[in-house]
Design a protein around this ligand. Structure first.
Ligand SMILES: [Cu+2]
Length: 172
């Protein structure tokens, strides 16, 4: 009897957890219910970073990267963590210096729920100790300045796009 009781207790816990998850996604789906397909932007400001770092979209939407920096950057899919596809992406985003003064642009369509993890291969490299660093005054990503001294974010140039399915659920 004791074993039975504890098993049903565990089941109740799992059930409550699942309901909780559904509740979270329910809130998310309300936001987009019946909305039109969107074209979303990720920009590279004049710093070594993607803005926003994290973006949540719905399957069927497109994301366009726009490089507003003078330097070249890249969008490379990290397929070890990529469940949304498309995989094998390695796209140059020319900076205004190498593109006749115009921002480099690149658009991807996401038609499958999951997570698209990506980085810039120019600014997400391994150092001699195989630690991820980006070029910068102290390693890491260059940010704004603090009292005239360039600061950095201390992380490689990367980003993540979470693609929810048509019902607003992640995966499935
Ligand atoms: Cu870069």
């Amino acid at each position: 009897m004791t074993a039975l009781r504890s098993r049903s207790g565990q089941l109740r816990l799992v059930f409550a957890f699942v309901i909780g998850l559904l509740g979270c996604f329910g809130v998310t789906s309300d936001t987009w219910a019946g909305g039109p397909r969107h074209h979303r932007l990720v920009t590279v400001p004049q710093e070594d970073r993607f803005m926003p770092f994290a973006l949540t979209i719905r399957a069927g939407e497109t994301v366009e990267w726009v490089n507003l920096d003078t330097d070249d950057h890249t969008v490379v899919s990290d397929d070890s963590f990529n469940t949304a596809g498309p995989g094998g992406i390695d796209q140059l985003l020319p900076g205004t210096d190498s593109n006749g003064g115009r921002p480099g642009r690149f658009t991807l369509l996401f038609d499958k729920a999951g997570t698209f993890v990506y980085y810039c291969r120019f600014h997400a490299v391994l150092d001699a100790d195989h630690q991820p660093v980006a070029p910068g005054p102290k390693g890491g990503i260059q940010g704004g300045s603090t009292f005239g001294t360039p600061s950095n974010f201390g992380t490689p140039m990367s980003g993540v796009i979470t693609v929810l399915d048509d019902d607003g659920d992640e995966g499935g």
